[in-house]
Design a protein around this ligand. Sequence first.
Ligand SMILES: Nc1ncnc2c1ncn2[C@@H]1O[C@H](COP(=O)(O)OP(=O)(O)OP(=O)(O)O)[C@@H](O)[C@H]1O
Length: 963
Amino acid sequence: MNVTNGSETSAGGEASQGAACVLSIYSRLCQDGPPCCTLVVPRGAMATSVLQDAVATLGVGGAEGGGADLYQLVEVREEGGPEFVLEGTDRPVERVLMWPPHAQTQHPQSQGYYFLLRPRRHGDHSHGDGDSDGPFQEQDVDDLCSLTVLSEASILATLRTRFYANQIYTNAGGVLLALNPFCFLPIYNPKHMKLYDGQRPGRLRPHVFAMADRALCAMLHRHSSQAILITGHSGSGKTQTANFLLHCLTALSHKGYANGMKRTILGAGPVLEAFGNAKTAHNDNSSRFCKFVQVNYLESGVVRGAVVQTFLLEQSRVVCRNHRERNFHVFYFLLAGASDEERQELQLLPPEDYLYLTQQGCPMEEDAVLLKHQYKRLKQAMEMVGFLPATRKQIFMVLSAVLHLGNLSYTCRETDTDAGPDVGSSQTLNTLCDLLQVKQELLQEALTRRRATGALSVPYSQREAVAARDSLAKSLYSTLFDWIVLRINHSLLNKKDSQDPEDSALPQCLAIGVLDICGFEDVKTNIFEQFCINYTNEQLQCYFSQHIFQLEQEDYQAEGLLWQNIDFTDNSSCIDLISGLPSGLLPLLDQESISLQGTGHTLLARFQQEHHGNPFFSATPETEPAFVIQHFAGKVKYLVQNRDCMRPSVLALLRCSGRPFVRQLVGLSLVAVFRWGVVRAVIHSMTAFKQAGRHRAAKTAALLRRGSRTSIGELRRKSGATVERLQSRSSLLEFSFDRSEEHPLELMEDIFASYESRKRSKGNKQKQLIPKSLIDVPSLRSILGQMLWDCSTTALLNLHHKEQPSSVSAQLQGILCKLLQFLKTTQPVFIHCICSNAEKKEMYFDEALVLAQLQCLDMLETVCIQRDGYSCKYTFQEFTEMFKVLLPEEDGEPQKDILTLLQEMGMASSTYQMGKSKVFLKELQQQQLQERLQERRSQELRRKVAVLQRWFRATRRGSTSCR
Ligand SMILES: Nc1ncnc2c1ncn2[C@@H]1O[C@H](COP(=O)(O)OP(=O)(O)OP(=O)(O)O)[C@@H](O)[C@H]1O
């Protein structure tokens, strides 16, 4: 045994099979003893024996030895990343062999890959995982609707008990509640996925895999598309849940795999996360965009392709963010991980020299080793979804330009004020011109002057110039992000999808859509970005209410209850205020934006003029350019700002860039740019052929002169290789597509590992290009058609052209309209994620925080009884009390008349129509009394409570979140 201080022995009672490996095992609880032991473990040794040796070596097993059953062996891959609890029969050395090479021989904790010895948690039955997942016995605790007593306390207690028993999933009627444990439980391995495959709902414990299976089965049996909607606060686990779902949806895909499709779908996640996620106050890996992934299936259940759609990227994060938050991950990965050569080529500076990264007290104390590793992972993931090195370089060039833009500074001129502010430094300008391949005078002009009519231009004020600079940085970044999404979609395209471009409306085939949207936002300063996010939440809330309401109605009818014409609390008035034609806030915003006289003040004046007296709208004091909206989740104050758009002069400048990639990003029509790319590639190829021909002629002549012969085939092969090299230089065509055999069910790390080993076996070449059949205009049109938004650059950049481009709000409306259209064709499944504690502590249940989230979800707070247009709200506690009164313990009559009770609770206000409600409540009483008389009291009571709980869910306002 080799403890960190020196001694060594070999672990594992099994005969040594294959090479041995040195394992570092850390003890989480060890305060005084050695923090780590190092064991030499044969390849075939099982976790049980390694665990026993580790417990003995670390001396944590008690005086008599033994005690290994109190512990579990956990594999940690990357600090803060997934933890995998090993089962007794797992072989630790085999796990190590899937780690990156640098971690395989030595793995100190500081480098992120190691084993951990930790006490077995309450509820862990065997080594590592839930072999215990047989048919579920205690059906009643799986679904909150089955609780006999429904109260804040009982719901909270149930969730807490389940949480500490590692049961983080609980049903609440048709909604799955998912509590974030902040550590990876052993419930996501392939065995679990198989367990849930094809199981009847309710037979096994609630699980995210059960939801995936439910959606897949429903899709196959009903021949209709399905949707899974994930909601929750920031940091509650939405993205993680979406990732588990996608793993499961691609893994459960029946009857074999669509080759490399799974890897491409899963590889897209890390790429999007690097470019679209950032560290925030709530979450170290917060998604700053909404995502909708549509997995398309053949009728047989095989995955045939996928479409990734993103919207509402938080562009403002590129240039500023809240105190101690970070910019998008990719900047930090790049700056920490780039090689010296890349650093030079991309003209990178140390991170602390970039204003965009250092302002607002932004933390820079990141672990360089971790960031380097993440950079490597990003490059790997980009490779997996088809970006060849040359394309990656172009992407990083643009990122470097965005960072340098932030370093441009402006000073007011003392003389020649007509020339606009002075922009510097000249070194930064030079670097920018080099990176973007534009002329310096033109860049300087575009960043300091606005074009007026004709050839005239007007100088910016210093403030305007800074805004123009930031606007360029944001637009470049968001256009790059959209371009990356488009490219990912190209690699996910199936030939069949591109056959009829005219008929490409969503959905074309059987599909399961997974929607992960940013929750409701109310931050310190809410601007247009928050307005769009909250409007999106309003729309989805409306959909949610309508859908659940419809289900409730069906339930009532099935139960034979006479609850007809029940209205639900709908938020359509708020939606109407925001988007209704002709005078909703968004249409007014659009009108003012194109008006030459339009300013923040004129916009506010119009808002007030049109919506004065609207209960959902209120103005703020005149000194403040803001307005307040009463959303379903609360009041939010929005600041009116000038909207960003890429200035025409800047755009014209970028269109003249000497870098084709930059021209592509800002090109007018993607299809036109694509066609031009093909023409360019053909010209390159022809030139290459000509060159190869000339070489061949020269070589043949030389060979003939020397009297030796080279076969024509060989010469052809050589000239072909030249063409391939040249083709791969064309950024349009250098886009790989991997359709090789699939490994079974793996986590992301395994997928990376398997990708690397496959690559190694193929001589480290990344060579698979998109099949030729997909490099055509119909394919591109098909991708554009399937996406939710109009991703032609005109629309993306909000350009001002003769033909009016669609505005940001019009685009958002278009996206939501398409999304809702799709959702309406589906049978949706809802997952609501709940954050267990704000400190991100492992397995820690903060009751107050969980309760607050449940209240936001309206699970507990109010019961809204509505009938014939009259409504009344009760707290959940009150409602339970009401039930106690309604159903007394002993005699056959209620102890107290329910109406008296309501009056006592102060409910008899003018909005509450006693008469009508009385009829309704009497119906309720009679039914329950009858049931009680039938001596099925407890069973029926449970059923009735469940019915009522479903009923009250119909009126709830849905999830909210404050990022
Ligand atoms: N089921 C889970 N098991 C283990 N850890 C989890 C789970 N769900 C979430 N986490 C942990 O919580 C962190 C935050 O989760 P995630 O990023 O998915 O939240 P989110 O709701 O998408 O947040 P945001 O809205 O800010 O993007 C993850 O990085 C992960 O470490």
